[in-house]
Design a binder for this molecule. Structure first.
Ligand SMILES: Cc1cc2nc3c(=O)[nH]c(=O)nc-3n(C[C@H](O)[C@H](O)[C@H](O)COP(=O)(O)OP(=O)(O)OC[C@H]3O[C@@H](n4cnc5c(N)ncnc54)[C@H](O)[C@@H]3O)c2cc1C
Length: 293
């Protein structure tokens, strides 16, 4: 690996100043589970690496009823699933945090790093989309907020400009009578990335029988993670049954524009969109019912 300078500032101002000073030659380091591999294999290069894990805002993990979750970008997957309340509040996100690599990776890998690496197959991104996460981005010129659904712009590409940092993800408090789930298909049981993945979120009405709102997001079936909007909208006002979920699964296929590669053919990925959408809708429903029983 080529030598680089390293700095680990403990405040945002210094971090953004360093990133601005070194421009395109600087890289952010969080858990390092993507960036170190990429630097070592020559897939990217850097003269200056800014380690952001000493910055308090990036390590925040603050969940409050009625306010939701403030998730520092560099918080690790294991910190998320060890939190006592988050598996109930944001189950799809915890499903994803639990399957990223093995536990050694999970203690390093951050949700913000997963998002900023912007792989179409990244496991935490569909859960962030269905939970309507907002990204707080900071640069030298100031801060801006964008929905997580607009963050990724292509494989490995996103809206961050040179000198900008993802600081936090803000997830709203989940609505009453709602739940979510994430599942992916991989050819082996562990240590692989998704052939396809799906996150589903549903909210039932007071009777617990009818779907009021739904959101579905897919991984590894397009150039970026995508919302399956048509499928989600088909569920509004429908009974929460396997038939409704099957119809949504069919419509979810329309959101996919996959490639064929060594993990699976495009046709297979489209098929998986339906299967995983149905499974995650059923899992989200079961979670609502378990919470109510
Ligand atoms: C063995 C192994 C197994 C894996 N399995 C999976 C898996 O199953 N599913 C999956 O989705 N991923 C998997 N990954 C990929 C990886 O673990 C995740 O993408 C991880 O979440 C990245 O987080 P990190 O903190 O390590 O990011 P880093 O590697 O530190 O950074 C990743 C990228 O994001 C940028 N970045 C990080 N934080 C910020 C920030 N706050 N602001 C701006 N830019 C930032 C970095 O510059 C870099 O380009 C695996 C990796 C390994 C090595």
């Amino acid at each position: 690996m080529k030598d680089f300078e390293y700095s680990a500032p403990d405040d945002l101002q210094t971090a953004t100043a360093l990133l601005a000073e070194h421009g395109e030659r600087a890289r952010v380091l969080a858990g390092g589970t993507d960036i170190i591999v990429q630097l070592r294999e020559g897939l990217c290069s850097a003269d200056f690496v800014v380690d952001v894990k000493n910055i308090p805002e990036l390590m925040a993990l603050d969940y409050r009823a009625k306010q939701g979750l403030t998730l520092g970008a560099s918080t690790s997957c294991s910190q998320l699933y060890e939190h006592p309340d988050l598996a109930t509040a944001y189950p799809a996100l915890i499903d994803a945090a639990r399957i990223i690599g093995g536990w050694q990776i999970q203690t390093r890998a951050s949700v913000g790093g997963n998002l900023c690496n912007s792989s179409p197959a990244a496991d935490t991104i569909p859960p962030l989309l269905v939970h309507e996460a907002t990204c707080l981005i900071q640069g030298q010129a100031g801060s801006r907020e964008i929905p997580a659904s607009e963050f990724c712009t292509g494989p490995g590409q996103n809206v961050l400009q040179p000198g900008e940092l993802l600081v936090t993800l803000q997830l709203p408090e989940p609505a009453a009578n709602s739940s979510s789930a994430y599942e992916r298909f991989i050819p082996r049981n562990e240590m692989d990335i998704a052939v396809a993945g799906a996150a589903s979120w549903i909210q039932l009405d007071a009777s617990g029988q009818t779907i009021e709102e739904a959101r579905i997001a897919l991984a590894a079936v397009a150039a970026t993670p995508v919302m399956a909007t048509e499928a989600a909208e088909s569920l509004r006002g429908k009974p929460a049954t396997a038939e409704s979920f099957a119809e949504a699964g069919e419509l979810a296929k329309n959101a996919a524009s996959p490639i064929s590669d060594m993990r699976g053919t495009a046709e297979y990925r489209v098929h998986l969109c339906s299967v995983l959408t149905q499974r995650t809708l059923a899992r989200a429903l079961a979670r609502i019912q378990e919470a109510g029983s």
